[in-house]
Design a protein around this ligand. Structure first.
Ligand code: ZN
Length: 522
């Protein structure tokens, strides 16, 4: 069950568990102890199935008598540093994979790039320049999903310390980003009461959400939320095709691709002109990418009519789709290896006699006789040479090879996400609660190198911190496998983005200045 709670109350309520203290970490799973150190600091103390940690110090032995403790207790711990061999940083030993909610507090405390996220979402409006809009960041909606599907919509933050403190305190399982509203979204009720109906989204990155579950009819290795290296190339194709079109056909430059943590990818187009698109314009752009006509027999069929393909489709086909179909997916998915699979392809051939001829050749032969070549490759060659042999001059058949390739490879975008400004999308650098994988950026220029099975997981990062703990102080994200992801985000995406944001702020400020001078002159 999803419970939606307003953001305004400082102590939000759980559906069935009564009130929750403000400093209670939702990840602490019902066990809270507040330690009072002799330096006077209070640190939240979390239980895990492996032990207890504050994110800084491991306290061993305390919980031996444990069991669940449901009330806050203050406990005095002697000394600042508890001597636990090999685990100076006090992070419970990590499971080999997956997600341990107790590690989230450490993650948000030490690794999550709060400052980079703040700089990104401020779009240059965080400096001293008189042209800056100081309200900009504070009008962005953040949405937190806490433990037990408690959902906090319309969170907003006035500053980096404000945002960072809230994330560290609430330890959200998921952070979603919404649009920039006309007014601070956490104060929307006050505006409504005042009679000004001004609460409306005014800016939002153009976003794309591509989920591999939408490809279940063309991947045979996995289904549902699972992904592997045999089906992931479908995502690679999507990134290549969409990224190229966004840059070349729409002229966008500041594009961030992010692994969704489990089964797909997200795209954030952050150029000023993209952020200011109306819903109608967003719909037009989403429609530009649409080629599917219906969903017959479970396969997203593509049907090309008319004399010529749109140049975007021609380019996508010749530069990406054909290569990925013939050299990667045909083999990895064994698209023509067995009858149930090749029948799906034969159904796409409009001339039934052609389909019957191929079926006749393929039936009962599980291996390509007398050939060392893969049976999928052999059959694909047979299909192509028959359809392109000149025996069949019909317009319908001419396009059939292309239609098959598009059906098996072309990006499938969740259109509704792209069309509306106020759609939420998970923030980069969140940790997926089911897989423990961090939502890391993907470099579109090297997206074929990206391997979802080796992205940093929360467990891996905790282990790295523990390892580094004995050597380094203070602890640094660069010492972990997340370091290069943060550096990519900063160098390849954030720096060029902020440079153009600053130029834009400067230019529009100067234009306004000039206009007001002119009006004074007259
Ligand atoms: Zn797979």
């Amino acid at each position: 069950m999803m419970v939606i709670l307003p953001s305004s109350s400082s102590s939000h309520r759980r559906a069935s568990q009564g009130s929750v203290s403000k400093d209670h970490c939702p990840a602490s799973l019902g066990v809270r102890k507040r330690l009072v150190y002799n330096d006077g600091a209070k640190r939240l103390f979390l239980r895990s199935r492996f032990g207890f940690g504050t994110g800084r110090l491991l306290v061993r032995g305390y919980m031996g008598q444990g069991g669940a403790v449901n009330e806050c207790e203050d406990m005095v711990v002697e000394g600042n540093e508890l001597d636990v061999p090999g685990r100076k940083y006090g992070i419970p030993p990590a499971p080999t994979d997956g997600f341990d909610p107790n590690h989230l507090r450490v993650y948000y405390g030490k690794l999550f790039p709060h400052s980079d996220m703040f700089k990104w979402l401020s779009y240059g409006n965080d400096g001293k320049h008189p042209g800056c809009d100081q309200t900009y960041f504070g009008r962005r909606e953040f949405s937190f999903t806490l433990d037990n599907d408690i959902y906090l919509r319309f969170q907003s933050f006035s500053s980096l310390p404000d945002m960072e403190a809230s994330i560290k305190q609430k330890c959200p399982f998921k952070i979603d980003l919404g649009p920039i509203y006309s007014v601070d979204p956490s104060k929307r009720h006050a505006y409504a009461k005042s009679g000004d109906n001004v609460f409306t989204p005014v800016e939002r990155e153009l976003i794309f959400d591509i989920d591999i579950t939408d490809y279940d009819d063309v991947r045979y290795c996995c289904s549902g939320a699972d992904v592997c290296l045999d089906c992931w190339p479908l995502m690679t194709v999507a990134i290549k095709v969409i990224d190229r079109a966004l840059r070349d056909d729409f002229g966008f430059n500041h594009i961030l691709w992010v692994y969704s943590g489990r089964r797909g990818v997200h795209c954030w187009v952050c150029d000023a002109k993209a952020r200011r698109l109306s819903d109608e314009q967003r719909s037009s752009i989403a429609d530009y990418f649409r080629v599917y006509k219906g969903n017959e027999n479970g396969l997203n069929k593509v049907s090309f009519v008319g004399a010529a393909l749109h140049p975007f489709l021609v380019r996508s086909y010749s530069e990406v789709l054909r290569e990925y179909f013939e050299e990667v997916l045909l083999l990895k998915q064994s698209i023509l290896s067995s009858e149930d699979k090749y029948e799906k392809v034969l159904e796409m051939i409009p001339d039934k006699s052609v389909a019957a001829e191929l079926r006749g050749r393929w039936q009962g032969k599980q291996r390509s006789q007398g050939s060392k070549e893969d049976i999928n490759v052999v059959r694909w060659q047979q299909l192509k040479s028959l359809l392109q042999s000149g025996r069949f001059k019909g317009q319908g058949l001419r396009r059939t090879v292309e239609e098959i390739i598009f059906s098996f490879t072309y990006p499938r975008i969740d259109m509704e996400v792209s069309k509306h400004m106020n759609h939420l999308l998970k923030a980069p650098f969140c940790v997926h609660p089911k897989t423990g994988r961090v939502c890391v950026p993907i470099d579109p220029n090297n997206c074929e190198q990206f391997d979802p099975t080796t992205v940093p997981t929360l467990a891996m990062l905790m282990e790295e911190i523990n390892m580094a703990g004995s050597r380094e102080e203070p602890y640094d994200v660069n010492g972990t496998s997340l370091g290069k992801e943060v550096i990519y985000f900063r160098m390849s995406f954030l720096q060029p983005l902020l440079k153009s944001c600053k130029e834009e702020i400067e230019n529009s400020y100067n234009t306004r200045l000039q206009q007001s001078k002119n009006s004074l002159t007259w």
